[in-house]
Design a binder for this molecule. Structure first.
Ligand code: DX5
Ligand code: ZN
Length: 209
């Protein structure tokens, strides 16, 4: 299982946080891009992402909580350390956005909000590299997990087996060492405030594995 650490919450500055994360063995750094439209907060738009992460040794897991991914995708092309770009089902035009991401040679992820059912994305499952299950309403770090989102993990594992598919399953929001116990088998686990506000980030990451 891979860990992906969200840099939404930090103690001092984001620059310092990234430096510290580079000294851990996290597999990915999770970039929560917010446009002020799909969600009301605004953060980690391309300029900031480029200045924080260009040339760093870790791969990026870019979670676009935005209404118009194309605009931001273009600007991110300068980065050569993107692992995947994930868009939300709720913005529509899913096939088109997945194609655009694939055309750039990147892995494509599809995220679903807590109130979006798995059956909404059935038709896209053979086209996605990652399905991101939101455990909280997008837009804010440090929220509590919504329990009804957890069963989507097993639902997706079943579908993946049934249709012999290969997408990865990622869970995002409200993950800490206690809630981790309820999540079972995952391919990628996102955690933000639990790790980034802790005194020992490496130990916190270890406790999620
Ligand atoms: C929510 C974001 C999450 C979140 C994770 O809008 O997509 O990635 O910030 O942070 P924690 O782990 O604090 O819920
Ligand atoms: Zn996220």
């Amino acid at each position: 299982m891979k860990t992906s650490i969200s840099i939404t919450k930090y103690k001092n500055t984001r620059e310092e946080l990234i430096k510290e994360l580079l000294n851990t063995d996290t597999d990915l750094i999770h970039i929560d891009m917010m446009d002020g439209e799909f969600v009301s907060n605004k953060q980690l738009l391309p300029n900031e992402v480029l200045s924080l992460t260009k040339g760093i040794s870790k791969k990026l897991d870019v979670h676009m909580m935005v209404k118009d991914p194309i605009k931001y995708l273009r600007e991110l092309q300068e980065l050569d350390n993107i692992n995947n770009v994930t868009v939300h089902e709720e913005i529509g035009n899913t096939s088109y956005y997945l194609d655009c991401i694939h055309e750039l040679g990147l892995k494509a992820g599809l995220a679903i909000n807590p109130d979006t059912e798995v059956n909404k994305i059935l038709q896209f499952l053979d086209d996605v590299d990652v399905v991101l299950i939101m455990g909280v309403v997008p837009g804010e770090g440090g929220q509590e997990i919504i329990p009804s989102t957890i069963s989507k993990i097993d639902e997706l594992i079943e579908l993946r087996n049934k249709y012999n598919l290969s997408f990865e399953i990622e869970f995002d929001g409200g993950v800490n060492k206690n809630t981790r116990n309820y999540l079972g088998k995952l391919d990628i686990i996102v955690s933000g405030s639990y790790v980034c506000l802790s005194d020992n980030m490496q130990e916190s990451i270890d406790s999620l594995r």
